[in-house]
Design a binder for this molecule. Structure first.
Ligand code: SAM
Length: 277
């Protein structure tokens, strides 16, 4: 592991790790085993319509093995009442649920629904004639280490989170956010909205929790953690892991976090490390 740069507030303990996440998870298990309160991940969905063409053929033993190996390591990082939110669409929902049931037990797994689009428009805001049932939602699989002893806080409007997680942005609004920060709506095709990730962190974290996203993409989980700290005076830390596929880490994740810190006056910073050099 090599430090590439530190940015922002001196002494900030947030980490961005450029690595294959299997290597990063093995590394993190040495220091953070049982210490992470919230994991939010948004893995490749194993569909051929995604920006990066994830198909089973990209993984020597299939998507299920790829995810199972990583989720097993991730479970070891969770604190006794820690939780993991996993975004997924219907393509691999069943495969993912089977992995989660076997790792956490069926009574420690919930499925939430995230309405991801306005049904009349595509994600680039182009109006579409509708001839068929439009797919307008995705899922968030929620895994608890110990559901009976895990107590969630309320969302921003003072209410408990509901299983339909509506009103916290869409795929389009997430792209607007990236465009606003980096001036390019197309630099990354599958971001999640800051508000959605911020609410998951808000309800499931304490003010000093460590938040991990090991499929960090454009870095939304880091942005959301810092924004939530600014809002409620919290001292949460984030650890983000992303590979550098299509230059994402160095051309999108790092610049996005820097711009967010400066423009939104987030009084934060991070250490950028690599396992790839
Ligand atoms: C769907 S995107 C995550 C988007 C993120 N939620 C956001 O809001 O920007 C999945 C990301 O995981 C990264 N990724 C895929 N396989 C990986 C691996 N084995 N190790 C680390 N990162 C990986 C890809 O580069 C991609 O950017």
């Amino acid at each position: 592991m090599k430090t590439v740069e530190t940015f922002g507030k001196p002494g900030a303990k947030n980490l961005v790790i450029e690595a294959d996440n299997i290597d990063a998870l093995n590394y993190l298990n040495k220091e953070y085993s049982g210490k992470i309160d919230v994991i939010t991940i948004d893995p490749p969905y194993n569909t051929d319509i995604s920006y990066i063409g994830y198909k089973d053929s990209n993984y020597s033993e299939g998507w299920g093995k790829f995810m199972g190996d990583r989720l097993t390591l991730a479970k070891g990082l969770l604190s006794p009442t820690g939780v993991m939110f996993i975004n997924i669409d219907e393509n691999e929902l069943v495969c993912l649920l089977n992995i989660c049931y076997s790792l956490f037990g069926i009574s420690n797994v919930n499925v939430l629904v995230w309405p991801k689009v306005n049904p009349r428009f595509d994600q680039n805001r182009v109006e579409k004639p509708i001839f068929n049932i439009r797919s307008t939602h995705e899922f968030i699989v929620l895994c608890y280490n110990d559901k009976p002893n895990t107590h969630f806080g309320n969302t921003i409007d003072g209410k408990p989170m509901e299983s339909i997680v509506a009103g916290y942005g869409t795929t389009s609004s997430a792209k607007d956010e990236i465009c606003e920060l980096l001036g390019d709506r197309k630099c990354f095709s599958t971001p999640k909205p800051v508000a959605l990730v911020r609410e998951m962190i808000r309800v499931a974290s304490k003010k000093n929790s460590i938040i991990l996203d090991f499929f960090a993409g454009s870095g939304t989980a880091g942005h959301a953690t810092m924004a939530l700290n600014k809002e409620d005076g919290g001292n949460r830390r984030f650890i983000l892991v992303t590979n550098n596929e299509s230059d994402i880490c160095r051309k999108v994740t790092i610049p996005r976090l820097k711009v967010a810190i400066e423009r939104e006056d987030l009084d934060s910073g991070f250490v950028f490390m690599t396992m790839l050099d």
